[in-house]
Structures are given as C-alpha cells and as structure tokens.
Ligand binder design. Structure first.
Ligand code: SDX
Length: 428
C-alpha cells in the first residue's frame, strides 16, 4: 500500500505522507503542504477533510456501522446503560463494577443546581426555547463553579465533567417547568439517572410520580444511541471552541448551540412537526415525498432523512424504529405519527431521487415518536438529544486536549476586492 501521495504542481513534485487508521481509513497528511508549495486546500463543509485522528467512535457510512470505543452500537443498546456508555466514551474502557458504581454515585450527588438558577430561569420568557435556555445555563455554570474551570487540571476537569452530566437534565427540566408555569422539581438522588430526569420533567410537588420502567428503559436507550457520533457539527464545534483553552462549560454551551440547528439535532423537532402536519392536514405521504424532491431550500426537505456520512442505513434509526413499536405496544399507544413515518420511509426508499442520493432515515427520523408518546413536547426533543450527546462532546474535548492540540484556526481563499483607496464621503 502506498505510503505517500505525489502532488505535481507548477513544475514541482512533492510527496505527502499517507496515514492509515486502525480500520483502514487513509488520509493525506497535508501538514507540510503550504510550507512546501505555498498551497492550501479548500473544502467547504469539510466533506473530504479530517480535522483529527480519534479513537472514540468509528462510523463506516457505506456499511452502516457505528461503534463506541470498538463496541457495536447494537450491543451497547441491548446490554449497556447510558452512564456506562458515558464512562466508556470518556475514559476508553467499560468500567469494572466498583468503578461504575463510584461514577454513578458521583453523578447522582451533583444533580442539584445552585438555588440562584431559579432566578436565572425565571428571568427568561415563558416561550424561551429549551435549547436557548440550556445553552445559556450551561455557559452560566462557569459563573457558579469558578473552582473547576482550568481545562488542564485533571481534578477540576473531572469535577466539571461530573457536574455537567449530572446537571444538564436538571437544567433542561427547569427550562420545561418554567415554560409551563409549574414549580421546578428538585432532583431525588434515590432515583436512577433517567428516573430522576422523568421525575423532574413530569413530577409535581403535589403527588408522588410513578416512573414507568418501560419509559425509563426507552429513554436510557435513546440516550445511548445519541451519545457520540465522531466529528459531527456540534462535536467539531466543541473541539474548535475548546482549542482556545476556554473552560469545558463554555465549550459544551457552544455544542448545544450548534446542535440546535435544523440540519443537525434540531431535525428531531422538525420531524415530529412534519409528521403532525401530515396527520392534521390529512396530507398524503406521496405528495410530501414529491415536495421534498423539489430543489427548494432546506425547508422543503424530508427532514430526518439524509446524512453526511451514512450512505447506507443509520444503525441508530434501525434500533429506534424497532424500539418505537415495542415501547408503544407496551404502553398500549397507537401512534398515527409512527404509521405516517413508516409510510414515508417506504415511499422514499423506493423513490429514485432518494435512492440515487443514498438518503436514508437518520437518528432523528423516529426518535420523536417515542419522545412524543411519553409526553415530551417537541421543543424539548433537541434538549433530550443534547443530554445524550453530552458525554460524546466531553470525550471529544478531552481527546483534543490530550493531543497537545494547536488552536483551531482554518485558512481561507480570499476572493474579495483587491487593494483600493479610501473614498471621502462627499465623493461617493
Ligand atoms: C444529525 O453528522 C452527524 O453525524 C449528525 C448526526 C449526529 O449524530 O451528530 O447524525 C445527527 O444531525 C442527523 C441529520 C439530521 N438532519 C436532517 O434530517 C435534516 C435533513 N437532512 C439534510 O439537510 C441533509 O441530509 C444533511 C444536512 C443531514 C446532510 O447534508 P449534506 O451531507 O451536506 O448533503 P447535501 O445537503 O449536500 O445533500 C445531498 C443531496 C442534495 O441534492 P442535490 O443538490 O445533489 O440534487 O441530497 C439532497 C440534497 O438536496 N438531500 C435531501 C435531503 N437531504 C439531502 N433531499 C430531500 N430531503 C432530504 N432530507
């Protein structure tokens, strides 16, 4: 196998090293390109450009493979728990029993928020989008916890990691409770991670809240499936922001903001709104798919479909679709939205437009059906995605810091005006 790539330019030939990953992926290392040729590369959207080497998550988009630290997502979905996967992603190995218990216990003890966060949320409008509230609140954690901001102090990093994983569900449910005018629910540390989330989300001080084990298991599964996805938009954002050596809270706040976008995690809210519109307006799946093929802006797209990397099925969508049927049956719920989603998938996967572009359902296509069935409002879906993705962001951020990183600072090709002289106001 060639160890170098030859580049011939302007009468000059240079050799650039080829690096190969543990799964056979190969890349041209262009570290010396500009110094040797004066050239840079240009690749809007980074379609062909790797930003780093990483040992965290492996995706084979052609084969529909997803593994966290080498473990297939299907096995983790069946056998693991979200906090165990969080530990695996961040520290690289499945924890031994006592290590897992200590990790879970530490998370459990950091779930409560500083009491002043009540005032923080009460200052927001009732209709504040939970993603805006969570991005702001996570950034504000840096003001409440100035003792754990140093990105290169291991103990401070561990504390801020545990605080983030423990507190994000509390912050998200505070945003929800504020939006419906209900009292904030304190976490109950006798409960599991997801049980506590459900208690804070749907419980009230007026009565006991019974956690449905089917719902708890389904949410834990969804969090596992969302936990990391290599260099997606929000993880790359967390890496780039983190490369300035700002604290972890600020870096994660930027990841929440990036995830909110409708092309990224925000799609899960758009999918359920699309399915609801089809149901309530009595539209046909066929005409919806036809509209999605138009070349209008993103708004016309069949949201929840397509992926930059998966050109085969998204293995997460396959697991979530199966879970939809199982959970709804156990809950005794008939979901018209699920019926419509299945119809859309069947139509699209036989349609030449989608087939030739290799557009398949992605992680966002079915997830909202379960969130909806348990009573989560659509504007909270992406906050659920963020709770799941948090360990992945932290793992990517930690790996970037371990790599003796340089600050991320892309170059550009300038295409603007050449030098020109200032024109006085009266002469314009
Ligand atoms: C997530 O990166 C990750 O890993 C993300 C994620 C994660 O876990 O972090 O997996 C989570 O963000 C999933 C994606 C959620 N977004 C959506 O479902 C929104 C709808 N999908 C698209 O906007 C789009 O597919 C993207 C953004 C997901 C991917 O965009 P790309 O890779 O830049 O592809 P593209 O926009 O260049 O599309 C290629 C072609 C185009 O057609 P042509 O211009 O070549 O004729 O496919 C078309 C697009 O118009 N196309 C769609 C479509 N998605 C792409 N046409 C109709 N419906 C769609 N959904």
């Amino acid at each position: 196998m060639a160890k170098t790539a030859e580049l011939r330019f302007d009468g000059q030939t240079i050799e650039l090293p080829i690096i190969e990953g543990s799964e056979g992926e190969r890349a041209i290392d262009i570290g010396a390109l500009r110094s040797k040729t004066g050239l840079i590369t240009l690749d809007p959207g980074y379609v062909n450009t790797g930003s780093c080497t990483s040992a965290i998550t492996f995706i084979d988009g052609e084969e529909g493979i997803l593994r966290y630290r080498g473990y297939p997502i299907e096995e983790l979905a069946e056998k693991s728990t979200f906090l165990e996967c969080a530990y695996l992603l961040m520290y690289g190995e499945l924890p031994k029993r006592e290590v897992l218990h200590a990790f879970v216990d530490s998370i459990r003890r950091h779930t409560m928020l500083h009491e002043d966060f009540r005032g923080f949320f009460k200052a927001l409008p009732k209709d504040a989008h939970p993603m805006a509230a969570c991005a702001a609140a996570v950034g504000a954690l840096a003001t409440f916890y100035p003792d754990s901001l140093d990105p290169v102090d291991e103990r401070q990093l561990e504390i801020s990691t545990h605080r983030l994983i423990a507190k994000l569900p509390t912050l998200a449910t505070y945003a929800y409770k504020h939006s419906i005018g209900q009292p904030f629910m304190y976490p109950d540390n006798r409960l599991s991670y997801v049980g506590n989330f459900l208690h804070m989300m749907f419980g009230t001080p007026c009565e006991d809240f019974e956690i449905d084990p089917v719902v708890r298991k389904a949410i834990d599964l969804l969090l596992i499936l969302h936990a990391d996805h290599e260099q997606n938009c929000s993880a790359s954002t967390v890496r780039l922001v983190g490369s300035s050596n700002v604290n972890l809270f600020a870096s994660v706040s930027s990841g929440i903001t990036a995830l909110w976008g409708p092309r990224h995690g925000g799609a899960n809210q758009d999918v359920i709104e699309m399915l609801t519109a089809i149901r309530d307006e009595g539209l046909s799946g066929k005409e919806f798919v036809e509209r999605a093929k138009s070349r209008e802006a993103d708004a016309a797209r069949l949201t929840g479909f397509g992926h930059r990397v998966y050109k085969n099925h998204d293995p997460r969508a396959t697991v979530i679709k199966k879970a939809c049927f199982e959970v709804l049956e156990k809950m005794g719920i008939h979901s018209k939205l699920l019926e419509i989603a299945v119809e859309l998938e069947e139509i699209a996967l036989k349609d030449e437009y989608f087939v030739e572009r290799k557009l398949y359902p992605n992680v966002d296509f079915y997830s909202g059906v379960i969130y909806s069935a348990i009573g989560t409002p659509p504007n909270m879906f992406t906050a659920m995605f963020a709770i799941g993705r948090l360990p992945g962001w932290i793992a990517q951020w930690m790996e970037m810091h371990d790599d003796k990183h340089k600050i991320g600072r892309p170059r550009q090709v300038y295409v603007g005006e050449n030098q020109r002289d200032y024109v006085e106001l009266e002469d314009r």
